[in-house]
Design a protein around this ligand. Structure first.
Ligand code: GDP
Length: 297
């Protein structure tokens, strides 16, 4: 289960305080040492852990906590509040264009869940807002990617625009946007190519698509199972494309969860959705407070 190790370690660390009546500054120091290790082991970014621990420690050595009759509860409260802060406080909704269509460009490494997530999100908008999305298949390097998008489109009654693999992605997007305009689609999803890792050529291609399409959202899909790497990938894409948000996938798996806690702090960009399974319905809005409660168990 996601966060299992982290939750257990945080609970153990704070639990030790429950047996004490009053706590001292050195008790706080000890519990913070354990929280620090728990976060590092869960693949939370080093700088994020450092700042987090400093803030929590600063608040926890305050007189109210040390003199409280329930110090453990006070510390749980502080940790919870700071977890929520690190993850961005509030859920951040999708950007919406004042005039249709709202263009959402999906980017991410191969296998992160980009194609699946594009379809999940398009379907969510269709179901919840009666939206009429068009999906554009612009991953010309992996023929299977186009077929996958077409299959998902057919299964969920979502139109897909494609021109096969012999046309440049920029051209496909250009033509796709014309079709969306003619058909008055209110959302357009551009499914772009992924690679195994960030490379110059891919980034240039994505930048070209971005220039042409002026998307309202550049959503990066990252796989939470990839640990520290997920945060590095987010940083890399953000530097090159100035992303507008992140979708963190595979939180149903055995992820240690560090990416959920690091991405916002490192990139300054919000996690907007989380993927929690392979099925189309397994996509949820990211609520920092709910995630903090889940982490604390
Ligand atoms: P892409 O290469 O980025 O387009 O990735 P795909 O959309 O093809 O997804 C890669 C694999 O991850 C597929 O088998 C998906 O079903 C799976 N996947 C995507 N999102 C999730 C998720 O949130 N949870 C789980 N368990 N699997 C996911």
């Amino acid at each position: 289960m996601a966060f299992e190790g982290l939750t257990e370690r945080l609970q153990n660390a704070i639990g030790k305080l429950r047996r004490k009546g009053k706590i001292s500054e050195s008790d706080v120091k000890e519990v913070m040492r354990e929280i620090r290790l728990a976060l590092l082991e869960a693949d939370v970014n080093f700088g994020v852990v450092k700042d987090f621990v400093k803030t929590v420690r600063g608040r926890a050595v305050g007189a109210e906590v040390l003199e409280s009759l329930t110090p453990a509860q006070q510390i749980v409260k502080i940790v919870n509040e700071e977890l929520v802060k690190v993850m961005g406080e509030q859920a951040v909704p999708l950007n919406k264009s004042p005039k249709i269509p709202t263009v959402i460009m999906m980017v991410g490494l191969q296998g992160a869940g980009k194609t699946t997530t594009a379809s999940k999100l398009a379907l969510k908008l269709k179901n919840e807002q009666n939206a009429r999305p068009l999906m554009i298949a612009a991953d010309v390097y992996r023929p299977a990617a186009i077929d996958q998008l077409k299959t998902l489109g057919a299964e969920n009654d979502l139109p897909v625009f494609d021109m096969g693999t012999d046309v440049s992605p920029v051209k496909i997007v250009e033509e796709g946007l014309k079709v969306a305009e003619e058909n008055k689609n209110d959302y357009v999803f551009i499914d772009t190519a992924g690679r195994l890792q960030i490379d110059e050529k891919l980034m240039q291609e994505l930048a070209d698509i971005q220039k042409l399409a002026s998307p309202d959202e550049v959503l990066l899909t990252v796989d939470s199972m990839t640990g520290q790497n997920a945060t590095e990938v987010a940083e890399g894409f953000n530097e090159q494309l100035n992303i507008t948000g992140v979708i963190l996938t595979k939180l149903d798996g055995d992820t240690r969860g560090g990416a959920a806690l690091s991405i916002r702090a490192v990139t300054g960009k919000p996690i907007k959705f989380i993927g929690q399974g392979e099925k189309m319905a397994d996509l949820d809005v990211f609520y920092p407070d709910r995630m903090a409660s889940r982490i604390l168990g």
